[in-house]
Design a binder for this molecule. Structure first.
Ligand SMILES: [Zn+2]
Ligand SMILES: [Zn+2]
Length: 127
C-alpha cells in the first residue's frame, strides 16, 4: 500500500500494489458470485466513476462489502464507495513527477498533468 495523489479524488489516497490488488479482486469475485436475494441480476460491471460522478447506491455498497473490508484490512482506510477502489491501484499510475511529486496520470504519460514538467526518464515505454 502506498499513499499517492489520486487524480480523481483530488486527495492522497491509499493505493494498492499488485498483490494487494489481487486480494481485493478476489473479494470482488466473491461478491459477484454471491446470490442476490430477491433480485434477478445479470452480472453487471462496476459503475464507472466518471468525472465528479458519485455512485452512492447503498445496495451497491452492501453488495461489495467484502471489497470494502478487504481494502480496509490492507490500507486501514474505510472506503464507503466500492467504485472508488477500482482506480486506487498503484500500477495505473506513472512514477512521481520529478518537479512536483504527484504521480504521472498514466504509466506512459510524457508530462506531468499537474505542473507541466516533462518526464525526466530517458524515454517512456512505447505505446
Ligand atoms: Zn481516487
Ligand atoms: Zn509535476
Amino acid at each position: 500500500m502506498k499513499m499517492l495523489w489520486c487524480w480523481r479524488c483530488q486527495l492522497e489516497m491509499p493505493m494498492l500494489d499488485e498483490a494487494e490488488w489481487a486480494e481485493v479482486m478476489a473479494a470482488h469475485n466473491r461478491s459477484v458470485a454471491k446470490p442476490q436475494s430477491g433480485v434477478t441480476q445479470r452480472h453487471q460491471p462496476a459503475p464507472a466513476v466518471g468525472r465528479g460522478a458519485e455512485v452512492s447506491a447503498p445496495a451497491y455498497a452492501a453488495r461489495f462489502i467484502d471489497v470494502l473490508d478487504a481494502y480496509e484490512r490492507i490500507t486501514g482506510f474505510r472506503e464507503t464507495n466500492p467504485a472508488a477502489i477500482w482506480h486506487h491501484r498503484v500500477a495505473q499510475y506513472g512514477p512521481p513527477c520529478a518537479a512536483c511529486g504527484k504521480p504521472l496520470r498514466t504509466p506512459r504519460a510524457r508530462m506531468c498533468a499537474a505542473c507541466g514538467a516533462s518526464r525526466t526518464e530517458a524515454s517512456p515505454p512505447a505505446a
